[in-house]
Design a protein around this ligand. Structure first.
Ligand code: NAP
Length: 338
């Protein structure tokens, strides 16, 4: 294999000791094109990003990677290098979020990728490659969540909306998107002292201490929210549902507090609250294209730049540890060529 086909990649591998105990770990490696999986489109990757799931994969935690060895990274942004798919040509700038990346197919934390053309989205005019990576799965999910609220009939006139996990990737972009649409956004965070100014800068009009939502509460509570974007799950989501106005809509995409949902049916049957699930990974192409179209028109890119930091490939491990420890905020882009 020629040297020109070699590229750097963060590879997750799994080992099994004599007792059958499995351990997963990730390392920066040099691999070549022979390592790539089948796919119609080969991409020169420029950027990936660090989402919560990337934190899990890079720190050797189970639950994301399901085939080994596998290149990590649930996002990629790059340029088509070769294509056997008539929809894509050499030189096309493309985005891929989820769709099995870093789960069953090699992901974006590498200088090259070979994927199916089925879930690729063209980089929208006006968004740079680094900004598309800053949006990444987190921002795409935030957009899907906002679209979910809109479909649920939540308008800026309906009342206040809540974003939980607000300083995180999904939360930060959701605050920006909702505030720009004219919603009164309250942001729930565990870091009011440290990041209150940051969240107000993104457009939050009030901050909610997440501790007020994280302990079990009554099945129905005072009505506070016309809608909510939740990335936290568990007791927090149960309390948010219990505080949602009659006819309101809540979207659920995450499990930062936990995967459980210790709620009752009361908000649904007595207040006609709707709970909408968001799954970015398997979102069909038309939904992806709609969300990226909306991101191109709705997202304030200067605020996006403000909430983004760009790091080189080998710094992805520290960023992964940071996202699991809850010490990073906003979005972290990985420049895979640096
Ligand atoms: N369904 C999907 O398609 C989809 C897509 C993307 C992400 N997700 C999920 O959504 C969640 C957020 O992802 P992300 O990439 O935005 O991660 P992130 O950047 O780590 O954000 C998560 C935020 O949740 C808050 N948080 C963390 N631990 C908490 C706890 N124990 N109790 C309450 N709040 C807590 C923190 O916000 P504060 O510091 O402000 O409190 C943290 O910044 C993850 O669970 C992720 O797996 C799902």
């Amino acid at each position: 294999m020629g040297i020109e086909t070699e590229f750097r990649a963060i590879v997750v591998d799994r080992t099994e000791n004599a007792e059958g105990k499995k351990a997963q770990s990730a390392a920066l490696r040099v691999v070549d094109d022979g390592f790539l999986m089948p796919g119609d489109v080969t991409i020169a990757v420029d950027y990936s990003s660090i989402n919560y799931k990337d934190g899990l994969a890079l720190m050797g935690r189970p639950g994301v990677v399901r085939a080994w060895p596998l290149i990590a990274g649930i996002d990629l942004v790059g340029t088509v290098e070769q294509s056997a798919d008539p929809r894509w040509s050499v030189g096309d700038p493309v985005i891929l979020n989820g769709a099995g990346l870093s789960e069953s197919h090699h992901g974006g934390l590498a200088e090259r990728a070979r994927v199916s053309g089925d879930f690729l989205v063209r980089l929208p005019q006006g968004i740079s490659a680094v900004q598309a990576a800053a949006i990444g799965t987190a921002g795409f999910t935030a957009m899907l969540s906002v679209i979910g609220l809109e479909r649920g009939g939540v308008t800026p006139e309906s009342g206040t909306v809540l974003v939980t996990g607000a300083a995180g990737g999904v939360g930060s972009v959701a605050v920006v998107l909702l505030a720009a649409r004219g919603y009164q956004v309250h942001a729930s965070t565990g870091r009011i002292d440290e990041l209150g100014d940051y969240l107000r800068g993104l457009g939050a009009v009030e901050l909610v201490d997440r501790a007020t939502l994280s302990e079990a509460g009554k099945p129905l509570q005072g009505q506070r929210w016309a809608g909510a974007v939740d990335s936290v799950g568990s007791v927090t989501l149960a309390n948010v549902l219990a505080q949602t106005n009659y006819g309101g809509t809540v979207t659920a995409c995450g499990l930062a507090q936990g995967a459980d949902l210790p709620a009752t049916v009361m908000p649904f049957i007595l207040r006609a609250v709707s709970l909408i699930g968001i799954n970015s990974v398997e979102a069909p192409l038309p939904q992806r294209e709609e969300a990226w179209r909306r991101l191109a028109t709705d997202l304030d890119l200067s605020l996006l730049d403000h909430l983004t930091q760009v790091i080189p490939l080998e710094a992805a491990f520290d960023a992964a540890a940071g996202i699991l420890a809850g010490t990073v905020h906003g979005r972290t882009v990985v420049d895979v060529r640096r």
